[in-house]
Ligand binder design. Structure first.
Ligand SMILES: [Zn+2]
Length: 696
């Protein structure tokens, strides 16, 4: 039975399990709730609980719950401003800087290193003059003198790099200006590198509101074999796979919230990047295939006529088309040139990042993606022979296609020309238009890592939140949309029922909260706090509090407002409050800012006054909220006449009281009352959820 998902403060809906329409009609009625705060109705009279100060016991409250802590009027009370409105939308004076990149890089397979030149065309749209610029040199994490290195636990952990010393080597920094005789380059000597960041101190400040500057940096770095599980190298039968990311100096975001966002890259927390267009060329040995973010600009210079022909077939095919097959790996006929290097040129627009991968070992297949606008783009997979089977990467292109089509239809149309999935030892990492997933993943595991990493193309690649500070806004939102992508794929082939059990056991042993820097979380908490708990919050909000229609409307409005922009947590909370028409501040507070637990219980059932035959005139059911978290209460009532009914009471019943009594229209003796019969709520103690209490 589907539980009523639309709940308002004033109307409490009973939904019935009775099979016939007639019975359903009879059972769908308004519940009369005790709104007086009175509990004692034993003499048929309304009487307020009173007592002397000495032995006063307030029977309307429970010891573990203080209502005003949850329903807190000062939560998020700061007014909106011209940059970010109180409605959660960008304000009339919202601005954002822009960073366009032109990168030329060369892979040296002998030294396993990258040498590159990047030209960053930076636009200062802010109302501030900028005396200096901050850039991110993420490769410096892999130096043995980095903060991230010292923060790595013995043994390494997922993000540690214990046996490798790398880092960016900067050969030159200069400012490029277009003079009368073409570009003029002026060397910059006044720059400071601090851990993973570089400050360029400008002789002439950038003016406010539209000034532009091009910075040119020549750099190189040794490729870490295992770059914090986000990039690296994988040895396979037919050659090494290079997964290249965090590979060029990138602008820090300058915003009106805190100026330059300069948190260093320490390993766990991800990125906060500016939008712009990225044009990149990578030069690699001629026997390699390169997968990159965006669209290949020079296919005739790097692909054989056969491969181009197959790609064109794939553009018109919903089934995968092989571009480089198992038997073609390593054959001279697979490549245009038989020696030396070739340069692959890619371009991706309106993006916060770009990455690429290359190898001699790739099988390559592709299919078309059908977008709801009628536009098409491409799903592609690049993987070694070891994982070619359909139980593994043989179905990757199908997973990518289904994910992009689902998210495009449900949330926002995929904005880039290609979605490529690359197999390697990176377990799962996302970049715009390209993701790296574990080459040993199989079946549902490969589906979920693929749909997760591509879900990140919506959060944070498209809705550009700050991952370094608010990991839950990308990991949590993405884990939430993955639930529905899983339900949708191939008639539920890999659908996993959603259960709060993990959250219940976590809440009992851990008091850490979602609103924490990922770098400040013990590694064991990251999965719960960044992924599962925020995803579960949104899932319960959509399924049991505001319902699909209102949730989806508000969530879409958040995505549309902030696509290619930089929302903060408050912009999200306010967009959801306003879009659904609910003050959900209690919900955000308890789920995102607190480690509170939920414990709902049923404590008593009394038949109504004047009832001569038990239950025929209805009953008063008393329920309690025993801990600080509140949620709606779903109650199932069984009667001796065989009837089962359900009531859903909104969380607002707990606004003033921890004990609540409501009238239930029973017609015979009540045999049981059960709170949360489907076990969808993260209820810490289910032993008190039934009446009469069961004794073991
Ligand atoms: Zn993720």
């Amino acid at each position: 039975m589907k539980i009523a998902s639309t709940i308002t403060i004033l109307s409490l809906v009973i939904s019935s399990q009775l099979a016939t329409a007639q019975a359903n009609k009879k059972d769908t009625q308004k519940v009369k709730s005790d709104v007086s705060g009175t509990l004692d109705t034993s003499k048929g009279k309304v009487r307020r609980a009173r007592g002397s100060f000495g032995n006063f016991v307030d029977k309307t409250q429970t010891p573990g719950y203080i209502p005003h802590e949850t329903f807190d009027p000062t939560f998020m009370y700061e007014p909106g401003e011209p940059y970010r409105s109180g409605s959660g939308a960008p304000g009339p004076m919202y601005w954002q800087n822009k960073a366009d990149y032109k990168i030329a890089a060369t892979l040296d397979t002998n030294t396993k290193s990258i040498t590159g030149t990047v030209e960053i065309a930076y636009t200062n749209n802010s109302p501030d003059e900028l005396n200096y610029l901050w850039l991110q040199l993420d490769q410096n994490l892999f130096s043995t003198s980095s903060r991230g290195h010292f923060k790595t636990p013995i043994g390494g952990g997922r993000f540690g790099n214990v046996e490798f010393s790398g880092g960016d080597s900067i050969s030159s920094v200069s400012i490029v200006k277009n003079g009368a005789k073409g570009p003029e380059t002026t060397a910059v000597t006044d720059y400071v590198i601090t851990d993973t960041r570089m400050q360029i101190r400008l002789k002439t400040p950038m003016k406010a509101k539209g000034d532009k500057m091009t910075i040119k940096i020549v750099y190189s770095f040794k490729i870490p074999p295992d770059g914090s599980d986000r990039m690296g190298m994988t040895e396979t039968q037919k050659g090494r796979i290079y997964e290249i990311a965090q590979w060029y100096p990138r602008m820090c975001v300058y915003d009106e919230v805190e100026g330059w966002n300069i948190e260093p890259y320490l390993g766990a927390a991800e990125f906060y990047l500016e939008y712009g267009d990225i044009d990149f060329s990578v030069t690699v040995p001629s026997n390699m295939v390169v997968a990159g973010s965006g669209e290949l600009q020079n296919p005739t210079e790097v692909l054989t006529p056969t491969e181009i022909d197959r790609l064109n077939k794939a553009k018109a095919s919903d089934a995968k088309v092989t571009i480089v097959g198992v038997d073609e790996i390593g054959k001279p006929s697979t490549h245009l040139k038989s020696s030396g290097n070739v340069t692959w040129h890619y371009k991706i627009n309106n993006t916060r990042d770009a990455s690429w991968a290359c190898s001699t070992a790739f099988i390559w297949d592709a299919a078309r993606i059908n977008l709801p606008t009628g536009k098409k783009c491409m799903s592609m997979s690049f993987y070694p022979i070891e994982c070619k089977d359909d139980s593994s990467w043989g179905r990757s292109t199908e997973y990518v296609k289904a994910s992009i089509e689902f998210y495009s239809k449900t949330y926002y149309v995929f904005p880039w020309p290609c979605a490529s999935n690359v197999a390697g030892n990176v377990h799962g990492m996302e970049y715009p238009g390209i993701v790296f997933c574990g080459w040993k993943s199989k079946m549902s595991q490969l589906f979920f890592v693929t749909t997760h990493e591509f879900g990140h193309n919506w959060f944070p690649m498209l809705v550009g939140s700050n991952e370094r500070k608010y990991a839950w806004m990308d990991e949590g939102f993405n884990t939430f949309i993955n639930i529905y992508s899983g339900q949708n794929f191939n008639k539920g082939e890999y659908n996993k029922p959603q259960t709060p059990d993990q959250l219940i056991s976590f809440a009992k042993r851990d008091s850490n909260v979602v609103m924490t820097y990922e770098d400040c979380m013990p590694q064991r908490d990251i999965g719960m706090l960044c992924y599962f708990k925020p995803a579960e919050a949104l899932y319960l909000l959509r399924e049991y509090i505001v319902g699909h229609d209102r949730f989806d409307y508000a969530f879409h409005s958040y995505i549309n407002r902030w696509a290619f922009k930089h929302p903060t947590p408050k912009d999200f909370f306010r967009s959801m409050n306003e879009g659904t028409g609910e003050d959900l501040n209690w919900f955000w507070k308890e789920w995102i800012y607190k480690s509170w637990q939920l414990d709902q219980s049923v404590s008593d059932v009394k038949y109504s006054a004047g009832d001569t035959i038990n239950g025929t005139k209805g009953a008063e059911i008393t329920i309690k909220n025993n801990k600080q978290m509140v949620m709606p209460v779903i109650i199932e009532v069984k009667e001796s006449n065989g009837h089962t009914g359900r009531v859903t009471l909104p969380a607002e019943i707990w606004q003033a009281l921890g004990v609540w009594k409501f009238h239930y229209n029973s017609t015979s003796t009540i045999t049981s009352v059960t709170i949360d019969p489907d076990k969808v709520m993260p209820d810490a103690d289910r032993s008190n959820n039934t009446w009469p209490a069961t004794t073991n």
